[in-house]
Design a protein around this ligand. Structure first.
Ligand SMILES: [Zn+2]
Length: 569
């Protein structure tokens, strides 16, 4: 491809809205363009990357025995009503009507449609097991789309679904997918950890996420270097600590004028934050709920959602705190509560002694509160955010916590969809049984972002060779120099003939401009045709390591081809 003819326009300016390096570089390199919030076009060079990612995924899926098909984007509401998700999916589902007033949605996932397809075709145990998959565009009306392709409202996914006769067989399909995913991420050159995960909206009995470590990921993964345990932080259980062995001091009211935050209180009383009980008022399904946690810990709202069994909850506003408790934030306590308020105790407060608690009155706190002595303990739950150094639930060692980006998510669904949708098969003994299912997603467009997050420097992207838009960038330093341009032209033609995916930078631009673009777009190899042509030489540069070699013109292309082949092994 000649760059002078190619639809690839870079930009020197950092886009103001882009924080994540992947977002910044994909925009600047001209690989994607924003249309509106969370909606992006993928331009030719970017699309080449997407196609390569898809093909790596496709190859491993096919190898696992899964069969590719193509489902519909437009899903009739009736299917979603059968599983109850038309309602429960909430605002993230894009709903629309056709000209006859019939309801549809734009599929964010395809359990309903595929289960409908399979129940119409599969009758007998002889037709199982079966794994079907597609690579398709999906829609989700995200509350906060951000970071470019990382959290978009329209995105490309590979979604696979397995159908088995029983749990045991379903488990084997699940394992086969785990194995395929492992190979996929290795081939994509992504550093990914498999972690236990919550089943969330999709449902089922077990699930795992594949998380790439990045600074801008929204997932937090905890892992133990001692025993190999790893899980999404939101599902890591934190138990009750051993009760504190401390003499109980007499309860005392102390004035704390103007002291509002935990930090201020801790400083004012000269006590560590862990001696303070923090009370947070939530509104759950319209009713108030107080969650108590140790002052030095934070509430994990994903854990809270799991405990409450609903996502219909939020922090109370200032007005609500005043109305319900007659106080202000910072002075929420647990004495003299209205009768109808439910209180949940986080495990971190188990067995604590001589704590500081607010009073629901301004500028006052109790000190030396001993929950067991001074009031009735409520229900203990685990809603504490996991942090570095917490105990590993498997071996008791120290957990580490890192940010990451969820690239894949697999679920053992059981009969979550086949039961309500009556997807049954006839077993060997003639009995009717629900098909046991699993589902397996990979975010294709998100992988493009993850690749940039893991492979870049301050100048731009460093595409791993297997997913690069082009493998080689031939740069002619001076297009008006007849010798240089004819050698560059020849190298370009030879490279193409040898099957190297080549872009030829024949633009009438300065050397510095071309080098900067080569670094920004991130082609794995570049061949510089410059003054050394007079000595019969050209320079090869490797983007990932910065290494370079001067080689005789005729040896250069075969050498690059060899290095590319090595990279793709
Ligand atoms: Zn461990």
């Amino acid at each position: 491809m000649r760059w002078s003819r190619y639809f690839l326009y870079t930009s020197k300016e950092d886009p103001a809205e882009a924080q994540a390096p992947s977002h910044r570089f994909l925009l600047r390199a001209g690989l994607i363009k924003q249309v509106s919030a969370g909606i992006y076009e993928i331009l030719p060079a970017g699309w080449r990357v997407i196609r390569k990612i898809e093909n790596i995924v496709r190859k491993e899926m096919d190898r696992s025995g899964a069969q590719e098909l193509h489902l519909t984007v437009l899903n009739p509401a009736e299917l979603w009503q059968e599983t109850g998700r038309w309602e429960s999916y909430g605002n993230e589902l894009f709903r629309l009507k056709d000209r006859h007033g019939r309801d549809y949605c734009l599929g964010p996932t395809h359990e309903e449609e595929i289960t409908d397809l399979v129940r119409r075709e599969v009758r007998s145990y002889r037709q199982l097991p079966l794994i079907l998959y597609q690579i398709q565009v999906k829609f989700r009306d995200e509350k906060r789309p951000r970071f470019g392709l990382i959290r978009g409202r329209e995105f490309i996914m590979k979604d696979a679904y397995s159908f088995d006769t029983d749990e045991m067989s379903a488990m084997m399909s699940y394992e086969a997918m785990k194995f395929a995913y492992d190979r996929i991420f290795k081939k994509l050159r992504l550093d990914v950890i498999m972690a236990e995960a919550s089943v969330g909206q999709i449902g089922g009995s077990q699930s795992h996420e594949f998380i790439a470590f990045t600074d801008y990921g929204e997932a937090k993964v905890s892992f133990c270097e001692g025993c190999g345990y790893s899980a999404n932080a939101e599902v890591v259980p934190l138990g009750r600590p051993a009760p504190q062995d401390e003499e109980e001091m007499p309860l005392e009211k102390v004035p704390t004028p103007g002291v509002k935050t935990i930090e201020e209180l801790s400083e004012f009383l000269n006590l560590p934050a862990s001696k303070i009980m923090k009370a947070v008022l939530y509104i759950v399904n319209g009713k108030p709920l107080i969650v108590l946690i140790r002052g030095d810990r934070e509430i994990d709202e994903n854990k809270l959602e799991a405990v409450l069994g609903t996502d219909d909850f939020r922090l109370a506003g200032d007005e609500e705190v005043k109305e319900i408790l007659g106080t202000t934030k910072g002075f929420i306590g647990i004495f003299n509560l209205p009768e109808d308020i439910k209180v949940l105790w986080d495990n971190s407060l188990y067995g604590v002694k001589n704590m500081v608690v607010a009073l629901n009155e301004p500028d006052l706190h109790y000190i030396n509160v001993n929950p067991e002595r001074d009031f009735h303990y409520g229900e203990f739950v685990d809603v504490c955010e996991v942090r570095e150094g917490d105990p590993c639930p498997k071996c008791g060692g120290l957990l580490r916590v890192k940010r990451g980006l969820e690239l894949g998510h697999i679920f053992l669904l059981g009969t979550r969809y086949s039961e309500p949708m009556k997807a049954y098969y006839t077993d060997q003994d003639g009995s009717e049984k629900p098909i046991v299912m699993g589902c397996y997603g990979i975010g294709i467009s998100r992988i493009m972002s993850a690749l940039v997050e893991q492979h870049h420097d301050e100048k731009g992207i460093k595409w791993p060779t297997p997913v690069a838009p082009f493998e080689l960038d031939v740069i002619c330093l001076n297009m008006s120099d007849g010798e240089m341009s004819s050698v560059a032209e020849k190298i370009y033609m030879t490279a193409e003939e040898m099957g190297i995916e080549t872009i030829y930078d024949d633009r009438d631009q300065s050397a510095g401009f071309k080098f900067a673009d080569a670094d920004l777009v991130g082609f794995p190899y570049r061949m510089v045709v410059g003054n050394k042509v007079k000595e019969g030489k050209v320079e090869i540069q490797k983007r990932s390591t910065g290494e370079s070699w001067d080689l005789p013109i005729e040896e250069a292309v075969p050498k690059v081809r060899e290095m590319i082949a090595e990279d793709k092994k």
